[in-house]
Design a protein around this ligand. Structure first.
Ligand code: SF4
Length: 420
């Protein structure tokens, strides 16, 4: 694969100061109907809770913004906002505007902040797109999943292939110039022909970004029960690898650059919010079941709607909780230095840009090779990682071969993994 253009590979010039800023995730847990494979914290038939939920969200955003203020009392800088779900596009634009207003009051949001809304193509028919755009959403991420009508039905999706096209065209007409489409491959009984046709139609629609994920059979889903009962046979690992490699080959030489294991983007359209996760930079998160990573700690909110809403309204900050982000937090843990270094390496290796070795040394006060020496030597000997110079910076990244066995490489950087 050729080197991606500077817009994608260039690490933030302020990589270290990005540790002082945040990305904000906002969870919207409502869906029309649960998809058969979905284990996200999302609920069908709960739209009656919408007003109470949005009220709780705006209060939590204010609480979190207060807790995350800088030592000098200034609001913390927010670089990206991501409405995920669930199906955030089920919210009326007025709710989105109210949540964004609360966010701007609580944080110093960049003027050019990327503001993403996840959407189901079937929910965009009634035309909320211009109002969403006017409310401040500037990136749309649509769960397209497949262009095959039978596979969409099998997954329990509520939209048709035609609605993917009409929603994308409507989004363009509404002024969205940053559109992602998600697709799933390695579905049971999915043929290579079906996958090829889906990719062809996806490329023909010319989105700005593509996310391609293989189907995972998650516990506590109808799909898991079907597999347990033997009525559904999951696709083999070979089939999944073939489809992944086909996608890489199909997209090579197009306008899309693969910047992460599962993500492709036109130049300048890599998802800035998700790059925060892969660069292991701080992020805050609000909403039922949302997870945050901030100040050397991980936080997770209550998942059930009632518990979350009650938790937010009952929460009163005290001296003991000052600086802790959020009220309805049910779990928090301290991230050890060793774990943070391991996770930084592991996540960065998902990216084509890899791990910036200078930035690593500045961030952790120790050279990467001094921490992971034996592991790096082995992985280099096996041809799974390589050291490269990109734009004048020394980097470690996966080789083509390493990308095929990425998970095995990643886990070697976790603190309790054995040196081999
Ligand atoms: S639309 Fe998304 S969040 Fe909702 S059930 Fe389907 S996969 Fe899950």
């Amino acid at each position: 694969m050729s080197s991606p253009p500077t817009a994608i590979t260039q690490p933030p010039a302020n990589g270290l100061t990005d540790l002082e800023t945040i990305a904000l995730y906002i969870h919207i847990p409502f869906c029309h109907k649960k998809c058969h494979y979905c284990d996200f914290n999302s609920f069908a038939g709960m739209m009656g809770w919408r007003r109470r939920y949005v009220r709780a969200l705006t209060r939590e955003i204010a609480l979190v913004g207060e807790a995350a203020r800088l030592a000098n009392g200034m609001r913390r800088r927010c670089r990206t906002i991501f409405f995920g779900g669930g199906t955030p596009s089920l919210l009326p634009p007025a709710d989105i505007a109210a949540i964004l207003a609360a966010t701007h009051a609580a944080f110093a949001v960049d003027v050019a902040a990327e503001v993403t809304l996840e959407a189901n193509p079937a929910t965009l028919e009634r035309g909320p797109l211009p109002d969403m755009r006017a409310a401040g959403i500037n990136r749309l991420s649509m769960g397209a999943q497949s262009f095959d009508a039978d596979l969409l039905r099998w997954m329990g999706r509520i939209h048709s292939p035609e609605e993917i096209i009409s929603a994308t065209e409507a989004a363009r007409a509404a002024g969205f110039d940053n559109i992602n489409l998600d697709f799933i491959f390695a579905l049971p009984d999915q043929t290579m022909d079906q996958w090829q046709s889906t990719l062809d139609r996806a490329v023909a629609l010319a989105p700005d970004h593509l996310s391609l994920y293989s189907l995972i059979v998650e516990p506590e889903t109808p799909l898991f029960d079907w597999v347990e009962a033997g009525t559904v046979i999951p696709a083999s690992e070979d089939c999944s690898a073939d489809m992944y490699e086909y996608a890489q080959a199909r997209l090579a030489g197009t306008a899309y650059e693969q910047y992460e294991i599962s993500n492709w983007a036109r130049p300048g359209k890599a998802c800035q919010h998700n790059l925060t996760y892969w660069r292991n930079l701080p992020y805050l998160a609000v909403g039922a079941g949302a997870h945050a990573s901030f100040g050397g700690r991980r936080f997770s909110n209550a998942k059930p709607l009632a518990e979350y809403i009650d938790g937010v309204s009952a929460y009163q900050p005290t001296a003991a909780t000052l600086g802790l982000v959020g009220g309805p937090v049910v779990e928090s843990e301290t991230i050890s230095h060793a774990l943070e270094m391991g996770q930084t390496a592991m996540l960065a290796l998902r990216l084509h840009e890899g791990l910036d070795l200078t930035l690593f040394a500045c961030r952790f006060g120790v050279e990467f090779a001094d921490v992971f020496g034996a592991k790096i030597t082995d992985l280099r000997t096996w041809g799974l990682i390589e050291e490269v110079i990109v734009d004048g910076t020394r980097r470690i990244r996966l080789t083509e071969r390493g990308r095929l066995v990425g998970n095995e490489v990643f886990e070697r950087f976790l603190p309790d993994s054995a040196d081999h």
